[in-house]
Write a protein that binds this ligand. Structure first.
Ligand code: URA
Length: 434
């Protein structure tokens, strides 16, 4: 391949062929393309975007840079859900066991938190003993045993994405719709799925806040899934406020257990049942998404989803007693209120600041190698759209002897706005799919 010709052509906004893109990705994984050359191409993609044909070829090359999970031994339909991330988004944790309780298998390869959002794997690790670093063989046997596996991306799944994502992260090239879509889909396609549901967030806590951009990402991912003949639905959901009440690792596990027990906040339950209903319908296990949602609701209400979660915790080496007694989760010694400064209606001026407040308390990373304190966090006592009075408690801060408390308070003061009137965005703005 003429590497320089590829870089030059994309730099000038020309369309690359599938063969050129495949050669480039292969060269990157094999070390023939230097990091600075990869960054040059990524920057041109960031600038000019990709045609549908380029995007499909690029995604296929990333998928084929590694292995696919071999789930031949698992007879159930395999499904997964991916969210573009947000503050308090713990949907995957109750959803995966609920789907397994309804007869599906869920090979959930998840990520870790970085910046203002927490990661599913970090949240699960707040359960004492819970292991998420599994080999492909361990992943397959866990799914065979319980119907669910929560694991990190292995060395061999979509390795091109691992390397390219690290470069994007270091060079301010993350927020490109084709680069995001191909990164997410290449990893999901490696799970060998029968159906996928995507939850694309919009609002100040989302990583594409503007609804128009979020919708464009949703459309791009749906079209890409169709290119690979993967049945898929996409929801655009609100992140103009945190999801649920709890933000922080162990606190979110406790809230997930409430949801798995048939309770918990309404918005969390609505996404778990709704997204789960989509997957049951897409996998042909329910006559439609509403019927599927009702089936998920029954699995939560009858305790079957919680029963699966207990098996999953045990299988991953975690303390299963936590599931029946969440007080065994790590807890911060001190809990202080955050008080309303005025009368009015609660709204969030910047949801990211809620996530950053938790990071300030020690519950997040600013660098990949940082350790997380699973016990700290924030629990909202009032929700967006509620009328509040000056001096009442809007949320609780769970902290370790005041560590980071002043910064967390300052960030919450920026996150929260008490206004004369406020109507939060609809939880589900739009659904795309068949
Ligand atoms: N998550 C991913 O996996 N990839 C991206 O590019 C962005 C978010």
């Amino acid at each position: 391949v003429d590497l320089r010709a590829i870089l030059r052509r994309k730099r000038d906004g020309e369309e690359l062929s599938g063969a050129e893109l495949e050669d480039f990705v292969r060269g990157f994984v094999e070390g023939r393309v230097a990091d600075y050359q990869a960054v040059a191409l990524l920057a041109s993609i960031w600038r000019f975007g990709m045609s549908a044909a380029e995007l499909a070829a690029w995604t296929r090359a990333m998928l084929e840079s590694g292995v696919r999970l071999d789930l031949a031994r698992v007879p159930q339909e395999k499904v997964d859900k991916h969210s573009t991330g947000g503050v308090g988004d713990k949907v995957s944790i109750p959803l995966a066991p609920a789907l397994a309780a309804c007869g599906l298998a869920v090979p959930m390869i998840s990520g870790r938190g970085l910046g203002h959002t927490g990661g599913t794997l970090d949240k699960l690790e707040s359960i004492p003993g819970f292991r998420v670093r599994l080999s492909e063989e361990e992943i397959a046997s866990a799914i065979d045993a319980t119907g669910v596996c929560f694991a990190g991306q292995t060395e061999r799944l979509a390795p091109a994405d691992r390397g390219l994502y690290a470069l994007r992260d270091a060079t301010e090239l993350v927020e490109s719709i084709p680069l995001i879509a191909s990164s997410i889909l290449s990893k999901k396609l490696a799970e060998d799925l029968d159906a996928l549901v995507l939850d694309v967030k919009f609002g100040s806590g989302a990583f594409l806040p503007e609804p128009g951009r979020a919708r464009e990402l949703a459309r791009t991912m749906l079209a890409l899934a169709r290119d690979f003949e993967l049945p898929c639905a996409v929801w655009l959901t609100a992140m103009d406020r945190p999801l649920g009440r709890a933000v922080g690792h162990a606190l979110e596990i406790a809230e997930s257990i409430e949801c798995l027990s048939g309770g918990g906040p309404e918005d969390l339950r609505a996404l778990v049942t709704g997204l789960g209903g989509e997957l049951l319908a897409l996998a042909g296990r329910a006559p439609g998404r509403e019927a599927g949602a009702a089936e998920i609701a029954r699995a939560l209400d009858e305790g079957r989803a919680l029963g699966v979660f207990e098996l999953v915790v045990r299988r991953h080496g975690g303390d299963p007693a936590v599931v029946r007694d969440p007080r065994r989760l790590p807890r911060a010694e001190a809990v202080d209120p955050f008080l309303a400064g005025a009368d009015g209606v609660l709204s969030f001026a910047d949801v990211r600041e809620v996530g950053r407040a938790v990071v300030a308390l020690g519950g997040g990373r600013t660098r990949v190698e940082d350790a997380i304190d699973p016990a700290v966090g924030i629990v909202l006592r009032r929700r967006a759209g509620d009328s509040v009075r000056r001096g009442e408690s809007l949320c609780e801060l769970h902290h370790r002897s005041g560590r980071g408390l002043a910064e967390a308070r300052a960030r919450l003061a920026r996150a929260i706005a008490i206004v004369p009137a406020h109507e939060p965005a609809p939880l589900v703005l739009e659904r795309l799919g068949d």
